[in-house]
Design a protein around this ligand. Structure first.
Ligand SMILES: NC(=O)c1ccc[n+]([C@@H]2O[C@H](COP(=O)([O-])OP(=O)(O)OC[C@H]3O[C@@H](n4cnc5c(N)ncnc54)[C@H](OP(=O)(O)O)[C@@H]3O)[C@@H](O)[C@H]2O)c1
Length: 242
């Protein structure tokens, strides 16, 4: 509900509990929140994991402030919510992607700068160039061990890397030397709690903020939806609808 999880309360739909690819489910009433009125069910379905995780990283754990700079890796579900929440809070956003087209979409959504990590494999150097050598205050780290060392190198003094995902594989350089030199912080993030979810929904309702739904697949095409995600074709969220 609130605070730090305990072993007894450590539960999230999808991991470690069953996910929600079902027509009907029985859920604990304490685990449900009200859908913000300006959202459809399909839009609301995107919030429980990706959005709450990004909110937790930036608003609770990271406590970003107006004028901070946030670096979001890639243009998947978590990172696009992070972009939207960071902009809502007056932060500057630098986003990376393997696609120029997706970077253009991210800029249309409010990103200040984009870096194509295919064209710039040493993307941390681009981050430093864009921040006049200062580095960023917060990194939304969805790559894991494959991107971690460059996230540390992108950080400014006293900044935070929120470790959320493992998209860049399980091999790589995670040398923490830069983190130490910059008095930085590495913070693991595991989704969030109900209090965070409700605060996030209030902020979204006041600002009429809508999740970015890339594509909606019908229930009987669920496998095609997963394949579409694996092909990295999407921007933001994919929804499977009944
Ligand atoms: N800790 C938690 O509580 C929590 C909660 C939610 C999700 N996660 C995890 O966080 C990760 C992100 O989730 P998601 O829902 O946002 O995934 P997603 O929507 O599938 O994100 C995919 C996108 O990530 C980008 N990407 C992939 N490899 C990359 C790399 N090496 N460097 C930079 N960007 C890369 C690509 O963006 P471009 O196509 O733009 O390059 C890709 O399209 C996953 O590992 C997921 O399991 C963890």
């Amino acid at each position: 509900m609130d605070g730090v999880p305990t072993p007894a309360s450590f539960a999230a739909l999808g991991a470690p509990l069953d996910g929600v690819l079902a027509e009907y489910m029985v859920l604990d009433q304490e685990g449900l929140v009200r859908l913000p009125e300006h959202l459809s069910y399909e839009e609301g379905s995107t919030l429980a994991c990706a959005a709450v995780t990004a909110w937790n990283a930036l608003m609770y754990s990271g406590r970003i402030k107006p004028g901070d700079t946030v670096l979001a890796l890639g243009t998947g579900g978590v990172s696009i919510f992070a972009l939207q929440f960071a902009r809502l809070n007056g932060a500057r956003v630098i986003i990376t992607s393997g696609s120029d087209e997706k970077l253009a979409r991210a800029k249309a959504l409010g990103a200040d700068d984009g870096i194509n990590y295919s064209k710039h494999p040493e993307w941390d150097k681009e981050v430093m160039r864009l921040t006049d050598g200062k580095g960023v205050d917060h990194v939304i780290e969805v790559g894991g061990i494959g991107t971690l060392a460059r996230s540390f190198a992108s950080l400014g003094f006293g900044g935070q890397v929120s470790l959320i995902g493992v998209l860049a594989g399980r091999e790589g350089d995670s040398n923490p030397h830069a983190l130490m030199l910059k008095s930085g912080k590495l913070q693991g993030i595991f989704v969030g709690n109900r209090v965070m979810f409700e605060a996030m929904n209030r902020a979204m309702a006041i600002n009429k903020m809508k999740p970015v739904v890339d594509k909606v697949f019908p229930f009987d095409e669920a496998i095609a939806a997963y394949k579409y995600q694996l092909q990295k074709k999407h921007f933001g969220k994919i929804v499977i609808s009944i």
